[in-house]
Design a protein around this ligand. Structure first.
Ligand SMILES: Nc1nc2c(ncn2[C@@H]2O[C@H](COP(=O)(O)OP(=O)(O)OP(=O)(O)O)[C@@H](O)[C@H]2O)c(=O)[nH]1
Length: 610
């Protein structure tokens, strides 16, 4: 390799090309300072990326239970390598989305390329000017239970992972789930026991847990505090020494894994990719294995940490591609992008996006339909996992619902006649709870304080409030994770709600037959409380098929809001009438009965949580 000397030269140069570089330099002068100041930083021109063959590349992720410090550790590594300036004022650089910042959880994976000199673990890099530079791609993963497919695709681009465990909390439900995802992907796992600065930190106990649960040798664990910086200098040397370089054939046609995508108003769809084989150049023609569509590569580069054009990405490298895709629906996570017109085997593991959250949306005021429609269109442009279909409800008017929603209205009211059987999705749920005194039965004990439980549950049992209830009954100590499992046959029936004998389609629900009676009773009781008495009697019924299983009657009433306004003040009368009008606006007219919007929300809670 021409290596060290060339790298040293390039490290001192301003490395961004042309007019773009100039405008970026003017926008971010601090970056230039940091790139000149950092001894660990190499060049980022395309020709310089060529100095990083797979042997000099390491692709790794950080995996952790929520809040164990993954994003903070990622920030420290970016600072350590001069990729971002220390104290840049925006904690958790990789948590880009606003929702991630607001809620403090990582939702979408982001990646960043770092350059780091490393020769001898024992000496600081600044004492080793000839130490070889490595290109390290940190591929951030979502840490939340709902994103296991995205985690698995991020891990597929890696050869190793830092398994971060909070030194006080120890192994939690998602530590276990993430460990197995990494383990099954054959990754080299580096255990990092973080937050050792906390007074309640007990790294020895965590080491014992790692040994017991995952057979990890305690001597392999790194002890760190992403907060104080303690122990952080061991992390990148361990990444280079313990994680293998990416495999891949440099001289094959280009083949890459699509890790993530997002929509930029000016640039269009930006795909994050890991190049598995070959090299990708600006101007290349590429094709998607999932859709068969072909594209021209308009721009290609690395995330350093912002988009930095390089004109090329080589085998084993991770970066971004802009190729004229119009919507993120064309850029499917886990897809293989490859040289067009070449026969290339798609990379394993791709699954079309699956919907995890379903929602029927209706504008409160029917005239806002177009505005709602426009807002949803914008959202779907940026998030490939959102898909939309229009639906109409007699009660709610025009609205949207995501596809694959099994709308209860679509299920025949009398399953015995038209449907042989129903299946419902299940999950395998892992719950870690504080241990109580008592006899061990089917639990696995993690240590003296905690037990691990595993159940198969119908998905609907965990959709509403399960996690909150679990947290509340265990005073916040339980942790929960789940993975999708198979569909299981289930005795499901459609329950209709009828007002004065007329079914309200928006209130129909699918319930387990055994629970139908109880749910029907509760729905009818709830509804009675929410519907205001009207000028006529209202019967409220819950029915399965033609069988009514619960019934309530709301007696008639006359309401004259002006009854007590004898003569006098016209403004007061007007006010009362105005108020009544407002109230009516919030009602949704179903046949002859007005139902307040809140009733729909409350009913959803009952039917989903029972
Ligand atoms: N005391 C202490 N606190 C830390 C340390 N590392 C992170 N934290 C804090 O722990 C909290 C969670 O850290 P994050 O980095 O957001 O955790 P995360 O694992 O990325 O969380 P998700 O993005 O939700 O998966 C934040 O308040 C951090 O400031 C540490 O070493 N010591």
């Amino acid at each position: 390799m021409a290596g060290a000397a060339a790298l040293r030269r390039s490290a001192r140069r301003v490395v961004l090309p042309g007019a773009y570089a100039l405008s970026r330099a003017l926008q971010h002068p601090e970056r230039l300072l940091s790139s000149q100041a950092s001894p660990d930083r190499g060049g980022v021109l395309g020709s310089e990326l060529g100095l990083y063959p797979p042997e000099r590349v390491r692709n790794f992720s950080i995996i952790a239970h929520v809040d164990h410090g993954k994003s903070t550790l990622a920030d420290r590594l970016l600072e350590l390598t001069g990729t971002i300036k220390k104290g840049h004022g925006q904690p958790q650089y990789l948590d880009k989305l606003q929702v991630e910042r607001e809620r403090g959880i990582t939702v979408k994976a982001q990646t960043a390329t770092m350059f780091y000199r490393h020769a001898n673990n024992q000496l600081p890099a600044s004492d080793q000017p000839d130490a070889p530079s490595y290109l390290l791609n940190l591929i951030d993963t979502p840490g939340h239970v709902d994103f296991s497919y995205e985690v698995s695709r991020s891990l597929a681009a890696c050869q190793g992972a830092l398994l971060v465990v909070d030194a006080a909390q120890g192994v939690q439900a998602q530590t276990i789930a993430n460990f197995y995802l990494a383990f099954e992907s054959n990754l080299s796992i580096i255990p990092v026991i973080n937050k050792i600065d906390q007074p309640t930190a007990d790294p020895d106990n965590v080491k014992a847990q790692l040994k017991r649960l995952f057979d990890i040798d305690p001597s392999e664990a790194l002890l760190t505090s992403a907060k104080t910086g303690q122990g952080l200098s061991q992390v990148l040397p361990a990444v280079i020494e313990r994680i293998p370089s990416p495999p891949g054939k440099c001289d094959s046609p280009v083949r890459m894994l699509l890790l993530d995508s997002y929509y930029d108003e000016y640039k269009g769809v930006i795909c994050h990719v890991a190049v598995v084989d070959g090299a990708l150049h600006k101007g290349d023609k590429i094709a998607s294995a999932a859709t068969g569509r072909t594209y021209e590569v308009l721009d290609v580069g690395i995330m350093h940490p912002e988009l930095t054009p390089t004109g090329v990405l080589y085998t084993g490298q991770v970066g971004y591609v802009i190729s004229g895709m119009r919507s993120t629906k064309e850029a499917r996570i886990g897809d293989t992008l490859h040289q067009a017109k070449s026969i290339v085997e798609p990379l394993p593991g791709f699954k079309p996006a699956r919907h995890m959250v379903f929602s029927g949306l209706y504008p409160a005021d029917g005239s806002d339909f177009d505005a709602l429609s426009h807002a949803i269109e914008k959202l779907t442009c940026n998030d490939a996992s959102v898909s939309v279909t229009k639906e109409t409800s007699t009660a709610l008017g025009m609205g949207f619902s995501k596809v694959q929603v099994e709308n209860p209205a679509a299920l025949a009211s009398n399953p015995g006649k038209r449907i042989a059987a129903c299946w419902e999705p299940t999950v395998i749920a892992t719950i870690i709870i504080p241990k109580r005194r008592g006899e061990q039965q089917e639990y696995t004990f993690i240590d003296a304080q905690r037990a691990l439980l595993k159940y198969r549950l119908p998905l609907r049992e965990i959709i509403v409030d399960f996690y909150n209830e679990l947290k509340s009954i265990t005073s916040g100590y339980a942790t929960f994770d789940y993975e999708d499992s198979e569909y299981q046959q289930s005795d499901l029936v459609k329950m209709d709600i009828l007002l004065n004998g007329q079914p309200v389609d928006a209130m129909a629900t699918i319930v387990h037959n055994q629970k139908a009676q109880r749910v029907g009773r509760e729905l009818v009781d709830k509804l009675k409380k929410f519907i205001e008495r009207q000028m006529f009697e209202i019967t409220i019924q819950a029915a399965v098929g033609s069988k009514v299983i619960a019934r309530e009657t709301l007696s008639a009433m006359r309401k004259n809001v002006l009854a007590k306004c004898y003569g006098g003040d016209i403004t007061r009368k007007k006010k009362l009438l105005e108020k009544q009008k407002e109230g009516k606006k919030r009602m949704k007219r179903v046949g002859s009965v007005d139902i307040p919007q809140e009733a729909f929300h409350e009913l959803l809670k009952v039917s989903n949580s029972k």
